[in-house]
Design a protein around this ligand. Structure first.
Ligand SMILES: Nc1nc2c(ncn2[C@@H]2O[C@H](COP(=O)(O)OP(=O)(O)OP(=O)(O)O)[C@@H](O)[C@H]2O)c(=O)[nH]1
Ligand SMILES: [Mg+2]
Length: 252
């Protein structure tokens, strides 16, 4: 998939390169519904001298069985969370065990819209970082100081060639991917979406079928695949198609 990295994201990567010398820990945030497609492969390489953990958000929308399978294969330490809820005790303990002389300086990085700022607000116990359901809400690096923690919130950073599954989850800014391709990839992986759209069991679950069942017609009465794609992506992102597991470990 083509698409350059917006300026604020390029800057985030520069800040990260600099900051690694002054930090105690990093948290890489990705999405439990697509633990590979939502990751930033070059992050670990960049931060190889600093200790860190992988945090997988949106566990509330993921498939439980898939989460258990992923837990067994992903590198430790790895925490599956619903970032909108209380920070799990295991993650608090893990951070606490790494507290030297306060503050513990950590930063939170990952693709856009994975839930970095939401997690930071939970860790800080206050709404200090702006949050929003689209890629690119955090525009500049921001330090959040709270108790024993000093947390650096960074804008999301895009991989060089973002996966279409990351785009489907809303982790890639609009205009940098083809919505019909993204929605088709979702339907391929989530045939259970047929129920939501009232598609008959003997029919192929595809955009055409969604447009037909939802009566999404354009000019001249043709099925409107663009509107069907927009509907599927919005339903996925708003948690109306659950579980929304786009990646399973065995299939990769
Ligand atoms: N259901 C669910 N929603 C979540 C979770 N974590 C974050 N969200 C939602 O995901 C959206 C993005 O969250 P942010 O915290 O703004 O994401 P970000 O990674 O800081 O995004 P950028 O600043 O744009 O890079 C918001 O609508 C959050 O409420 C989660 O674990 N479960
Ligand atoms: Mg943010």
């Amino acid at each position: 998939m083509a698409g350059g990295q917006p300026m604020h994201m390029q800057r985030a990567e520069m800040v990260l390169r600099d900051a690694r010398h002054h930090l105690d820990l990093w948290l890489e945030v990705a999405d439990a519904r697509a633990p590979l497609a939502s990751r930033l492969p070059r992050l670990r390489h960049l931060l190889k001298d600093v200790e860190g953990a992988l945090i997988l958000t949106h566990v509330d929308l993921a498939d439980r069985e898939a989460v258990a399978l992923w837990q067994a294969v992903l590198p430790e330490p790895c925490f599956f969370i619903n970032a909108r809820q209380t920070v799990p005790v295991a993650l608090r303990r893990w951070l606490g065990a790494r507290m030297g002389r306060p503050p513990l300086r950590l930063f939170v990085a990952g693709l856009p819209n994975v839930g970095k700022s939401t997690l930071i607000n939970r860790l800080a116990g206050a709404h200090v970082a702006p949050v929003g359901a689209r890629a690119g809400v955090t525009r500049a690096e921001t330090w959040v100081r709270r108790g024993d923690l000093a947390i650096l919130d960074l804008p999301g950073i895009l991989p060089r060639d973002p996966s279409i599954l990351a785009a489907a989850l809303g982790l890639v800014p609009e205009g940098q991917y083809d919505p019909e391709e993204a929605a088709a990839a979702v339907l391929d992986r989530l045939p259970a979406a047929a129920d939501r759209y009232g598609i008959d069991v003997d029919q192929v679950v595809c955009l055409e079928a969604v447009a037909r069942s939802q009566r999404l017609v354009g000019r001249g009465g043709a099925h409107n695949l663009e509107r069907a794609a927009a509907r599927v992506l919005q339903d996925l992102r708003d948690g109306r198609i659950v579980p929304a597991q786009l990646e399973w470990p065995d299939a990769e």
